[in-house]
Ligand binder design. Structure first.
Ligand SMILES: *Cc1c(COP(=O)(O)O)cnc(C)c1O
Length: 379
């Protein structure tokens, strides 16, 4: 099955009762048993729920994995992964990580004895130097948020296999439409399905996909034991979102391209961060690792201080000033004061998240309206 068919049919089972084309929202906590211990595969909805199963199978299918797990949020999914480890274990990650992931690593799991190394993982030789016998996992995000740096998944996967450590990829920004980490050798794919997968800014949901059954069993155990699962309604909404993922992503990418063209020719715009630009340091990698360049664009303005950025972002009318990304509607975000405010200033600025940086989640509206909106705000 090709990707565009998988988003609609992948992993789905025909509903037998009434022939419903969409899986019903099984809004139930428990299931009747015929005899003690005899049931139809479902006992209690923290453990399993048929609507959630439909979603988990769908996500596993589009990521070319075997096992999918859905959670109440992206962070709950990451939380489950981190609980695979023991005090003293070490995890290597990028230094421009999503703020919430950084906070979970540094402020929650560090105190339970996990050690984290944050580094620029664009240079593969640099990573081998960081690996010790305590290292258990490399956690990457690519493209990174909000600087759109790319990390070479295939090379890191080779390295992690040599050292017998896990490689996890947060695939929220790219989605499997653009990039398939498991095909490139990663062990775990993680999603904040809140963003592109669900795609309509109406749900918070997270997911993991793996190929290895033993690893999947450990994660299913943690999912059930710690209980941060998503409800049937949210599972349904996400599943519905996924069915149009390919069409939405095509338009996100196209609109981003048009906006980058506009920004490149604007005299007040200084730097533009989008992997589709030829001068982007990872442009070649983007061409080989990704199908297209995505809908996330960051840029700085020339005289950009905090005040001028505030002025620009508050003048936007079609773009909404908001955290989050990946929905059908365009959003603008000021990372330094919004999504990345929890990262200390010195660390933040070292990675490029300066006060004048604006991040756009380009939606699927008419691109001329989006460009006109940016034009009036920046002018
Ligand atoms: C939003 C986001 C998360 C966290 O997901 P939630 O669904 O908000 O818990 C993790 N990683 C990335 C890249 C994100 O954008």
């Amino acid at each position: 099955m090709k990707f565009n068919t998988k988003v609609i049919h992948g992993g789905q089972i025909k509903e037998k009762g009434y022939g419903a084309v969409m899986p019903p929202i099984y809004q139930t906590s428990t299931y009747a048993q015929t005899k003690p211990g005899e049931h139809q595969g479902y006992e209690y909805s923290r453990t399993h729920n048929p609507t959630r199963t439909a979603l988990e199978n769908s996500i596993a299918s589009i990521e070319n994995g075997k096992h999918g797990l859905a959670f109440s949020s992206g962070l709950a999914a990451i939380d489950a992964v981190l609980k695979l480890f023991e005090p003293g274990d070490e995890i290597i990650s990028t230094n421009d990580l999503y703020g919430g992931s950084y906070r979970l690593f540094d402020k929650v799991f560090k105190k339970f004895g996990l050690n984290f190394i944050f580094s620029d993982l664009q240079d593969i030789n640099q990573i081998s130097k960081l690996i010790s016998d305590k290292t258990k996992m490399i956690w990457v995000e690519t493209p990174t948020n909000p600087m759109m740096n790319l990390i070479d998944i295939k090379s890191i996967a080779e390295l992690s296999k040599q050292h017998k450590i896990l490689l996890s990829v947060d695939n929220t920004f790219a989605t499997p439409f653009l990039q398939k980490p498991l095909d490139l050798g990663a062990d775990i794919v993680m999603h904040s399905a809140t963003k592109y997968l669900a795609g309509h800014s109406d749900v918070i949901l997270g997911a993991l996909v793996v190929k290895d059954s033993e690893l999947a069993d450990k994660l299913y155990f943690l999912q059930n034991s710690t209980g941060a699962t998503c409800g049937p309604m949210d599972s349904f909404l996400t599943l519905r979102g996924i069915k149009t993922l390919h069409v939405r992503m095509e338009r996100h990418c196209l609109n981003a391209k048009k906006i980058v063209e506009f920004l490149s020719n604007h005299e007040r715009v200084d730097k533009i961060y989008w992997p589709g630009i030829e001068s982007h340091p990872n442009h070649q990698l983007a061409k080989s690792q990704m199908k297209d360049f995505g809908g996330m664009v960051s840029f700085t303005t020339k005289d950009g201080d905090f005040k001028s950025v505030q002025e620009i972002t508050s003048k936007l009318k079609v773009f909404t000033l908001a955290e989050s990304l990946g929905g059908v509607e365009s959003l603008a975000n000021h990372p330094a004061s919004m999504t990345h405010a929890s990262i200390p200033r010195d660390l933040r600025e070292k990675t490029g998240v300066v006060d004048s940086l604006i991040r756009l989640s380009v939606g699927i509206e008419d691109h001329e309206d989006l460009i006109n909106d940016l034009k009036q705000a920046i002018n």
